[in-house]
Design a protein around this ligand. Structure first.
Ligand SMILES: Nc1nc2c(c(=O)[nH]1)N[C@H]1C(S)=C(S)[C@@H](COP(=O)(O)O)O[C@H]1N2
Ligand SMILES: [Mo]
Length: 332
């Protein structure tokens, strides 16, 4: 997402290789966590496959958040989840800095309780939700999604949350509501990046109402069986797995229903590079780089073989219909 020379987000550096020592530490932490009895419920959804295959993924420092395995079509990829260490150490969250390691270093000072989410605009039942009330609005599910950043890297993350549609139904959008805008927190006191002008703060994103209602669009409160770490968007974010990562807004403070297409942070910063739709599409290049391949974080660093990026990030069977008849080259 390079928009000027001092924006260092688009560098292709990798998280440092995980040392045997680090793996050992992680394993020990997991064992301690399991011994303390915290793991059982949280792990239930995925213990059979991913957790046992990769001991130490979840260090258990945050409160457990269990989710039942989702039955939504396409919601659980069988691909191996990214190491927790990488998923929480290699992030884009510009409010906390533009380097991939900045969010992990800086986001701990974000206060995620108390927290409210204001749901407003063209709905019959506008409401302000306390975060813990929002968390309990619908049963938590575990979903294992691929996330593909526009910069060319990808991860596989076991999220915990429920379909955004569950919230949308409860607030009853009016007939004139065509879009949903997500407004994230912009707190100068705790977010150093907000004092700079790299983006027009607050970071905002948007979806067409039918995209927002799609069962795969997730309102996420946790990952790896625990509450979200701050650097991954605590206390609540969206995850839209068939779009480039920047569509998945973190640390949401407001959800607004509108008639007109809302502006979005990256579109405002560089409209020719980042469109409203931003569906993952190997056939439509970013003006300054190809989008045909990706590197999975954790797969052998710079020497990892690249993977072919799939149309709609591999979710075409589920979401392709949303774009029937649209020119995806024009609506990038
Ligand atoms: N508020 C906010 N949300 C954001 C961003 C951001 O800078 N600020 N970065 C986006 C980008 S570019 C990506 S790739 C994903 C990264 O999510 P992850 O760090 O949990 O993998 O978050 C998205 N959501
Ligand atoms: Mo991204």
């Amino acid at each position: 997402m390079l928009i000027r020379p001092n924006d260092r987000a688009h560098n292709h550096s990798e998280p440092s290789a995980i040392t045997p020592r680090a793996i050992y530490e992680q394993r020990r932490e997991l064992l301690r966590w399991l011994a303390a009895g915290a793991g059982g419920a949280a792990m239930a959804g995925w213990a059979g496959r991913s957790a046992l295959a990769q001991p130490g993924q979840s260090p258990g420092r945050l409160a457990a958040l269990a989710g039942v395995q989702s039955t939504v079509a396409g919601a659980v990829t069988m691909e191996k989840p990214t190491e927790y260490k990488d998923a929480t150490g290699y992030n884009n969250f510009y409010e906390f800095g533009t380097d991939k390691t900045d969010p992990a270093r800086n986001a701990h000072i974000l206060k995620t309780r108390p927290w409210t989410v204001e749901v407003e605009g063209l709905v019959n039942k506008p409401r302000r939700f306390d975060i813990d009330e929002l968390l309990k609005l619908s049963p938590q599910e575990e979903r294992i999604y691929r996330l593909r950043c526009v910069e060319g890297w990808s991860m596989v993350i076991p999220w915990v949350g429920y379909s955004l549609a569950e919230l949308i139904r409860r607030v009853q959008p009016q007939g004139s509501a065509k879009y949903v805008e997500f407004v994230t927190l912009a707190d100068k006191a705790t977010m150093p990046g907000v004092n700079g002008r790299i983006l027009d703060w607050p970071y905002t994103e948007g979806l067409r109402l039918d995209e927002a209602m799609h069962p795969l669009t997730l309102l996420a409160f946790g990952m790896y069986g625990e509450l979200l770490p701050n650097q991954n968007g605590a206390p609540v974010r969206v995850v839209v797995p068939w779009k480039y990562g920047f569509k998945s807004a973190k640390s949401i403070a407001r959800i607004r229903f509108t008639e007109k297409e809302p502006g979005t942070a990256w579109n405002k910063a560089a409209a020719n590079e980042y469109g409203f739709y931003s569906n993952v599409n190997p056939g439509v290049d970013h003006p300054r780089w190809s989008q045909a391949t990706e590197r999975r974080i954790g797969e052998g660093g710079l020497f990892a073989k690249k993977r072919k990026t799939e149309l709609f990030n591999g979710y075409e069977a589920q979401v392709g219909q949303l774009y029937a008849g649209m020119d995806l080259r024009k609506n990038y």
